[in-house]
Each structure stands twice: as C-alpha cells, then as structure tokens.
Design a binder for this molecule. Sequence first.
Ligand code: SF4
Length: 229
Amino acid sequence: MSKNPVPQCADCSLPVRERICVSPEGKGSKGCPTLGNKKLLERARKEYRKPEILEFARQASIQEGECYLNRDRKPFMMHPGKPRIQEICEFASKMKYARLGIISCIGLSREAALAAEIFEAQGFEVVSVVCKAGSIPKEEIGLKEQQKIRIGEYEAMCNPIFQAMLANEAKTDLNVLLGLCVGHDALFFKYAQAPTTVLAVKDRLMGHNPLAALYTSETFYSRLKRKGF
Ligand code: SF4
C-alpha cells in the first residue's frame, strides 16, 4: 500500500487558475497528487514516451485545442466550436483510423444509424454492434423473472463481451460507445482491444445527459445527496 495520500482532486478548494496542476506557481490542496505522487507521475511520464502512446496523446491534445475558436486572441475567452461527434471524426482522421466501431444500446438504434451516417459521410468504414447481439436469455446469467424489465417475457441480456469480441474480430481502429448501460460499458472497456471513446452515455431519465441530475442536485435532486436517496 502506498504511503502517498489518496488523491482528493474533487475536493480541491483552490480556484482553478491557482492550482498547481494548472499553473506552475499554483498550490495544491489536501491529497494533491501533483505534489504528493512524484514517483507515480514519473512512471506515467515514461508511458508517454512510448511512440504509439505519445502519438495518441499528442493528437488527442491537438484535438482538444482545436475544439476552441479564436485561440490567437488575447485575453483568451473560451469559445467552443465543435460538437463531440465532429471531435471524434477529426481525432480519428488525425490518427489515420479507417474503421470505426459503433457500440450501441438497442434503445439508441436511431442514434446509432445517425452516427453511422455521419461517420460514413466523413469517409470512415463503420462496424456496428448493438447490445442485444447474440440474444442470450437473461436467465443464463442467473436473472430471475422478477429481475427482468418485462417480467414474464423473453428478454435478451446486454452482451458487451460479445460486442467487444466482434469489434476485436473486425479489427476496429477506434470504438465509439453509444448509450451502453452502467456496468455493461465497463465490461466493454475491459474486453475491447482497440481504444474506445464515448459519444454518449445512457441516462434514461435525463435525455442521456446525466449531468442534469448534478446541476439540479442542490435543488430538485437534493435527495441524491442523502444516503440511499
Ligand atoms: S492536482 Fe492538486 S491542485 Fe490540482 S485539483 Fe488536484 S489537489 Fe487541486
């Protein structure tokens, strides 16, 4: 077990521009990993020296910068200029990727078709796999009737391992997750061989914008901060 303090960046009380991770003259807060985890930081740095990783990280950071407009103007004012789907296309082009995998939830089939149309229009080859592919009944992983969505009916389980294996076999260059459930997404990440980015996460209640619950967690969704809700 490391003697370093457990990182607590989410609790950092410093204004962003006064943080050591943002400005060399800045300070750190309790549990600051920039100040307290030098050895691990050195190990991370070493990883970036691997040519393939270096190129990936370099292009990702170039892409990050290019998502803002008027960067040459002083003082700089943040002016975002691109939707995420464009960001994905541009990053994939920079990496010279040809084949993208759309890994989607069946509930977002329309969105998957729209994403495929956009990727193809931008010159990519698309491989797409929906979560229910393979149609394995939920009973096979031990679900009881009462644990299904539609009690008393046939229900195929979400199958992120199959999705990952199909993407691996198709040798996708980059996978794009679209609306997988919590947990199923984690399994996909675990089994996928190609790097995976996320176009959108599923939030059934919030129109696939989970942050809406956070933005309202001091008012209408304050119950989220009570243990057990
Ligand atoms: S790295 Fe340090 S300064 Fe930056 S957010 Fe974390 S605790 Fe705060």
